[in-house]
Write a protein that binds this ligand. Structure first.
Ligand SMILES: [Zn+2]
Length: 283
């Protein structure tokens, strides 16, 4: 676990804390440097829907013509992938109020979580159009952050609870916030005293994988994508060209060096592929 207690300052611990929760975490290149200045004390998390099922992490990192990114610190895709896009302040909350927040100051005191979801409608029942993977990644993210901050599940709020009156916001749509807080509370309790690492992926699933210098193709591109986005601290500059060249090899070696139990040989066989949770593609 990282050394930073996380009470004040920017949450540079986000990726580690989420990964320790067992979530599938991607570090968006440059996230540690991205933000509109520094947080004041971080008091909780605020949940949003993007308004579209297909909104990308990049759209949250870079923003829109009328509003510069980052638009939140986290993006959660429908497959449950949690992408950390910023460590600094993001424009997600706007004006509003909530008992444990100074009026209109949500951006400086809460970590924003944007879920790629249309929201369905303001009156849709709980979890309509929220896939399990996305919903439970949201529960895990809220739990991991609140636990890390030493705060209860009640420090999870929706944009609609903060800005409903002020801005007419209804996100996250189809989320009953009281039910979400109950689920977050259970998750915080279930792993009190530390995160639960994901169960190891059986190496057998990757028995056919063998990638090494000189190999080309979609599996190499997938390897490069995984390294670049999940291990951005040392592989963020890796080109995704499907060619296993010297840069790819050195990123693989670095991954192997940092992962206990792997041989550092620059070759992606079954054990390294399993540790990377490489997505297998045909061809
Ligand atoms: Zn929102």
């Amino acid at each position: 676990m990282p050394q930073v207690p996380g009470w004040r300052g920017d949450p540079v611990w986000l990726a580690d804390v989420l990964r320790a929760e067992g979530l599938d975490v991607v570090e968006f290149p440059g996230w540690r440097q991205r933000g509109h200045g520094d947080f004041k004390d971080i008091r909780g998390v605020m949940v949003h829907h993007t308004g579209s099922n297909s909104a990308t992490a990049a759209s949250i990192a870079f923003g829109r013509p009328d509003l510069a990114g980052p638009l939140s610190q986290l993006h959660i895709a429908r497959d449950g992938t949690v992408t950390v896009v910023a460590a600094g302040v993001a424009w997600h909350a706007g004006v509003g109020m909530y008992p444990w927040l100074p009026a209109n100051m949500g951006n400086w005191h809460t970590i924003g979580i944007e879920c790629a979801n249309s929201g369905t409608s303001p009156t849709a029942p709980h979890r309509r159009n929220w896939p399990d993977a996305q919903y439970f990644a949201l529960v895990g993210s809220c739990a991991a952050i609140n636990r890390h901050l030493g705060q209860p599940a009640g420090r999870t709020i929706g944009h609609k609870e903060y800005a409903g009156r002020a801005q007419g916001k209804w996100d996250p749509g189809a989320i009953d916030m009281d039910q979400l807080r109950r689920d977050v509370g259970e998750r915080i309790g279930a792993v009190a005293g530390g995160g639960t690492p994901r169960p190891p992926v059986p190496v057998g699933e990757y028995a056919d994988v063998l990638l090494y210098r000189g190999v080309r193709g979609p599996q190499v591109a997938e390897l490069q994508r995984r390294l670049r986005y999940a291990y951005a601290s040392y592989a963020g500059g890796l080109e995704i060209d499907g060619v296993f060249g010297p840069e790819t090899e050195s990123a693989v070696r670095e991954f192997q060096r940092r992962t206990p139990g792997l041989k550092v040989d620059g070759v992606v066989g079954p054990a390294t592929a399993a540790a990377l949770r490489l997505r297998l593609v045909d061809g």
